[in-house]
Design a protein around this ligand. Sequence first.
Ligand SMILES: [Zn+2]
Length: 385
Amino acid sequence: MRKSALFLAAVITASALTGCTETSEHISVPKLSHMSSESESEAPVSSDTSHSTDTSDSSGAAASSDTKSSSTSESTSSTLNASSSSSVKSSSSKTASSTKKLPEKSSSKVYTSFEPELKDGVPEGETLTVPSGSMLEIDGDFRVEGTLDCSEGGLVVVKDGGRLQLDGNAVLNGCMRIDEGGEVCGDGVLKLVNNFDDIDCKGGFTAKIDPPAPIEKNGVTYVGGILLVNKQYALPKKYGSGLDPELQAAVEEMRKASGFTMRISSGFRSYTEQEWWYNYWCSVDGEEIASTYSALPGHSEHQTGLAADITRSELDYADTPEGKWLAAHSWEYGLIIRYPQDKVDKTGYIYEPWHVRYLGKSTAKLVHDSGLCLEEFLGVCEESE
Ligand SMILES: [Zn+2]
């Protein structure tokens, strides 16, 4: 934090900035368009291995997912295009994981140089505002003990070798990009005003993010553009029509990279399918036990089209080479293990080492780096609130 890390150039093309623009990566947009058929269900996985949970899930669900996925892609094509472009970009960056910064950018935005008076950081009690249309570049140590305020239309870039030590606050109305080799750390809090797509993270991020409050659109809940479904938040009965193409692409990319089968054993599940499965598992285990592994209709993440069960829905999948690979690397492909072993009290579901949720690479990385489950990350844990 001693050396000044700010660099303001003249006019910089920020095609680099991904999230900033209208491209809301995965979730936000597609969801709305998805609303057509009914779906939703949670993968029934019994805690005990006695019943073949997967089978139940996968059988009906898997088949349906495949079929429906196509329809999904079509219906959401326009929106998805935007999102897919971003994901593509992120994927390319991932593959060429080094200096690839911002590959393509459909909407390249131009930022002008920004010459802050405070070159070494923001002292306590002070506020540094990055105006709209301006870009603040950090490529050394930059410590914020006061407030860093990025206006809407503004951009903060933490470059390779740059470190934003956030001990105070940052308010992100605009966008932030953390390049590989860049880092945002500290005990402070970044208040995210809009969407997670406004952060394009390929570097390290260990500071806390304070996301916006949940909002509801057409009966669907979003937090910072992330569609949220759990025991508390449900989907409308008619929501969903198939697997999201971005999820499918992510799994495919993962499959190739890993060399494992990585079969989607259960993908999209409609509301009515989930209803069937939930009732079935209740008949087998009773409602109390069934609810720990099977979601009520409307509450299954599988209805979003953004979740999938990989290969085999059994606990010992976690001990297989493929299961271990999935746990270690899925986030690199934009997927998180949605129901971690140590978060049962937060998610409400048993450990499901096979169930992944697509978030896009940047957000999946943020969640992974945080060590939090999605409920914690999005600030919607009932306990913590
Ligand atoms: Zn599942």
